[in-house]
Structure formats: structure tokens, C-alpha cells
Design a protein around this ligand. Sequence first.
Ligand SMILES: [Zn+2]
Length: 123
Amino acid sequence: MKLSFRTISQDEHHFQEKYNDVDFRGIVRKKKDTIAFLDAKISGKIPLVCDRCAEEFEENLNEHLEMLISDGFYDGSDENYDIIEAENGLIDFEIILQGELNLIKGDYHYCSHCVEKDTDFTI
Ligand SMILES: [Zn+2]
């Protein structure tokens, strides 16, 4: 789903995007002329590979996402939120979701077996 920057006002615009078993939904609203605020939830399941035993497993997602979207190039940063740039005046929720999923996949993940072992070890 894509939303044109021009059509966004200060009212909440609901959006929903789905990718395999992942559900991405929330609202966007205009904060400033060229900045929109996104408040969303990512839920569902994604396949991950355990960093310890290399087994594939499914992780339940329940992420709250808040970020700013700039209409075009944004020079600078924000103290509170990540800022992404919308290309061609379009907010592409599929790309935002893919980016977030890639971030999640890029983290370290342990499957439930390895997490248990880890807990045993610490105790
Ligand atoms: Zn494992």
C-alpha cells in the first residue's frame, strides 16, 4: 500500500499492509509540511535462524513502531524518532515493513532451546 504525501493531513490516516504472516497496521498523520508521523504495530510471525545452533524457528512479533517520514531528502536528525525518506512523494508501507523486518532479522536471535540453555547457564 502506498500513500501520497499530499493527501495526508493532520487527521489520522489508517493503513494496513501484510507480508506473509506479518501484519503491519497503524496510522500516519502530518506533523509538519514535509514531515509525517507514523505510529504502527507489527505483529505476526517471521522465520528466523538461530545464531547459536543455526536451526530455523518462527518468532512471534509484537513490535510498536514510531517514526517520522520525510517527503524527500531530510537533512538532519530527530532526537526522538528515526526518520525515513519517502521517495517521489509516496509513502510506501511495504518498503517500511521490509526495512523493519530486515532490521529484526539482522539482530541476534536464539531459538527457544538455546534460550533455555542460556538461562540454565546463568543460574
Ligand atoms: Zn538454537
